[in-house]
Design a binder for this molecule. Sequence first.
Ligand SMILES: Cc1cc2nc3c(=O)[nH]c(=O)nc-3n(C[C@H](O)[C@H](O)[C@H](O)COP(=O)(O)OP(=O)(O)OC[C@H]3O[C@@H](n4cnc5c(N)ncnc54)[C@H](O)[C@@H]3O)c2cc1C
Length: 419
Amino acid sequence: MRKILIVGAGHSGLHLAHGLLNHGYDVTVITGQSSQEIRTGRPSITQMTFPTALDYERELHLDFWSGQAPRIEDFKMHLYPPGGEAAVLKGRTGARDQYTISIDRRIKMADWLEYFEDAGGKVVIHGVTLSDLDYFSRMFDLIVVAVGHGELGALFDNDTSRFSGARPRVVAQANIYDVLPDAGESPNIGWAASAADAGNMILLPFLTADGPCHSLFLGDRRGGPMDVWPDRPRPDEQWRRMQDLLRTYAPEYYERVAGASLVDGSSTLVEYFTPQVRNPVGVLPSGGLALGIADVVITMDPFVGQGWNHSTRCARSYLQSIVEHGDRPFDEEFLAGAFERFWEYGLPVQSFAELCSTMWDQELPPHFQEIIGAAATYPEVGDRWIQGWDYPPDFEKWLYDPEKARAYLDEVAAAHGGR
Ligand SMILES: Cc1cc2nc3c(=O)[nH]c(=O)nc-3n(C[C@H](O)[C@H](O)[C@H](O)COP(=O)(O)OP(=O)(O)OC[C@H]3O[C@@H](n4cnc5c(N)ncnc54)[C@H](O)[C@@H]3O)c2cc1C
């Protein structure tokens, strides 16, 4: 039986670990935090599990929460031009019977780790160093490094030849109760905004250990108008400043959260980071090899909310590559090839991140206005935009290029007998 070591029990590491276990591999997960420590630890950046990623989790029997979590069937997107009123587009997050959910990472990762052990996987709680990895490389057929933003990621060189659209970012987040509903809409609608004068905002129903609430995310460029956290304020002060920012840059969001309050004293975070792409193959001091996965290799721009989608798809793509490889050695060619296969999906997602990051560098392109206008008449146009978050490569087929966009709008209008 082939022996595989996964370092890091995060989103990608555990998804891959469960998949390999289901295929009969001998899988060991070594990670720095026990499930209890994860449960009681700090919050992390809010995840969105879009319908396809949720289906992938179901394939591995890992969707434990659909019964309790708020089901986000619709999203509203607000585009705030400089000093102006928001253009609004609404769409479904999936097909009729599909939805998106958002679960506190502390519940999700802790449950997945415990379930992995219950299902026969081996778990070792230990922070891993480079020399540990070197030693392990003699004991396992394959090592996958899934430490996210952990320091071990330094084993993988920054790859400037690949497109990363790197811009230093800051993210502030809060989990809150008592958000006002969006009148006339489902109580579980999600909201996302991009503001020319500031950065991006996401307000969505969220499941924590204490039950449903909302998660509010504010992302901006480092040094931008929403980077007001140099003094690392306490949670109550952070929340007050987040409300102030919304009052200034996204008044509709402020109205919904003006009377809201923090879930508890461990409901906020501020993170600074720079998106990047690294070389996926790490060479250990004694010549052994390790394969980097998800955030170790590609740190997504948080503006697009794709980090978790990316991790799931990366883990699933590596799983397919490993299984298809059979008994052949996991040599450098295999490791590099496994990443290339995933990068076919990863590159278009970087393009989407680039679009969202540069959208306000000039006036909103006229064809965007036409699409938003058409979505008010033809719901499938809004649906396609929102469902692009599930699978961003679809945007290349119709959204970026004005001619393709207009051809698509003509097609939709013709199907309705108009234009
Ligand atoms: C700081 C931070 C920045 C993020 N940035 C983005 C972003 O830019 N864009 C975006 O969309 N989403 C971002 N996310 C959101 C999303 O969390 C990630 O995309 C997703 O969780 C990545 O999954 P992963 O498996 O790569 O890593 P993670 O889910 O972070 O898991 C890493 C695991 O490795 C373990 N670990 C770390 N070091 C060691 C070690 N030395 N030995 C053993 N175990 C170790 C950790 O305990 C953890 O279990 C970020 C999250 C965080 C916490």
